[in-house]
Each structure stands twice: as structure tokens, then as C-alpha cells.
Ligand binder design. Sequence first.
Ligand code: SF4
Length: 193
Amino acid sequence: MVNPSSLFQPLTEANTLSPVEPPPGLEGQGFFATTLDAAVGLARKGSMWPLPYATSCCGIEFMSTAASHYDIGRFGMERFSYSPRQADLLMVMGTISKKLGPILKTVYEQMAEPRWVLSVGACASSGGIFDTYSVLQGIDRIIPVDVYVPGCPPRPEQILDGIFRVHYLAKHESYRRRDSAEYKALLAHYGIE
Ligand code: SF4
């Protein structure tokens, strides 16, 4: 279980596997022991495939984040997936109308576990300036969100910071978390099986 307060610390940790004491007979040059959780977490963190769900201006900031100057490919994420089954990070960027909400929820439901959600910008997170009858006042009304990126629009640096925080969650999550009663209760709260 990740301590939420740790998300507000500078994310400076290296890509290490935190070796533990080797079992007898398995020590020696070229060998080290680690936990399955640590190995799976590192693999998930370093192979995340995003599904960009961009509906308006925040999506333009994402294009900048992906392009050569900020180069999201440095983090193994240049392969965007527009097929939910082959994506594990749903990035919602832009205004989501109430009419669009069920479509977004269907996309989330079609993603395989483990899946994470990054809410980019004020509109996706809270409806932003559009406090109107037609705009969803935050995507967390229909799907669970892991990390919120503030701003209208957020700069690419902020989007990268949000991605790093999702990476942190993925790296430190127990690979059994998705089977936990707590996680199932979270999905049940949203009416998702
Ligand atoms: S948060 Fe601002 S920049 Fe982003 S989609 Fe909404 S209005 Fe556009």
C-alpha cells in the first residue's frame, strides 16, 4: 500500500530493484535477490502504454509533452495505444461532457488490469471553468483517478510530473493489490465489475 504523503516528495529514486539478503547458496558475483513485488513493479513502471483521451486544449499540451523537446519516449512511453486492451495508463486531457462520460467509462472498463488513470488539467479533474449543465464536474464521478495534474492548461513539465507519480504508484504497488477487497470495493463504488 502506497503512503499518499509519499506522492508529494521529490521523485528522485533510481531504477533499482532494492536487493535483499540473498538466500543461502544464491550469493555470488552476478547474482542478487529481490522480491517479486519489486521486480514486477519495476517492469510495470518501465513499460507503461498510455491511452491519450484528449478532447480539447490540454491535449495540445500533451502533444508537446510527447514531441521531441520533452520526449515522452525517454520513459518508455512513446507507444501510444488507442486500443484500451493494450493500454495501462488512461490519460484524460480536456473537457468531458456528460454525454461523453459513458464513452469514457466504457474505455476504462475495456482496459485490462492493472490500469491507472491520470487526470490532466482542471477540466478533467473538476470541470474547470465550465460549471455548466452539460459538463462533467470531474472524471472521478465516473471512474477512479490515481493522479491529478492541476492547471489550465498544465505545462508539459507538470504532465511529466504527473506521469512520474503514476510510475511511482506502479513501482510500489503490490502485484496483488488488484485482488484486494479494498480495490474491489473501489470499483464497486463506481459500478464497475
Ligand atoms: S483545463 Fe483549461 S486548457 Fe485544459 S482543457 Fe480545460 S480549458 Fe482547456
